[in-house]
Design a protein around this ligand. Structure first.
Ligand SMILES: [Zn+2]
Ligand SMILES: [Zn+2]
Length: 147
């Protein structure tokens, strides 16, 4: 992150083993938490914490493997992950091909600027997974349809 502008990202992250690095440079479109069943399984935790940027804002080094599944919206959601260590490096939805969804954890130690503004898929969120009370919650996708 350069300076204190939360709307801009300039950050390099990597998967757990280091085979894949990802650089993100550009405008932050959105930051949110997702407690859908797929995120719970794939992260092993109660929700995923993600930052959304434009597709052209990211550059990856190293070959990722893709896993695609139908999303609740009817779109196809694809996770790109490291074939060595399994870390998800980014995700994308066929409904929003111009956007990439980055798990904030790949920027470990450089992600204190993360400020999620909503929880989506609250319908499968569990009370033991503590989140801040003030955060707006949506039962599934948020109403404006952005990922
Ligand atoms: Zn890896
Ligand atoms: Zn999810």
């Amino acid at each position: 992150m350069t300076g204190h502008d939360p709307q801009h990202i300039d950050q390099t992250g990597r998967c757990d083993c280091g085979a894949i690095t990802l650089n993100a440079q550009g405008r932050v479109v959105s930051m949110f938490l997702c407690a859908c069943e797929n995120c719970q399984r794939s992260t092993g935790t109660g929700h995923s914490s993600v930052v959304v940027v434009h597709t052209e804002a990211i550059r990856t080094v190293g070959a990722t493997k893709a896993f695609s599944r139908p999303a609740a919206s009817g779109a196809v959601f694809t996770r790109q992950f490291c074939p060595e260590c399994g870390t998800t490096v980014f995700g994308q939805s066929s409904r929003a091909p111009a956007l990439r969804i980055l798990p904030i954890g790949i920027f470990v130690n450089h992600n204190d600027w993360f400020a999620p503004n909503q929880l989506i898929f609250a319908r499968s969120h569990q009370a033991w997974d503590l989140i801040e009370d003030h955060l707006p919650q949506h039962m599934a996708y948020r109403e404006d349809g952005t990922p």
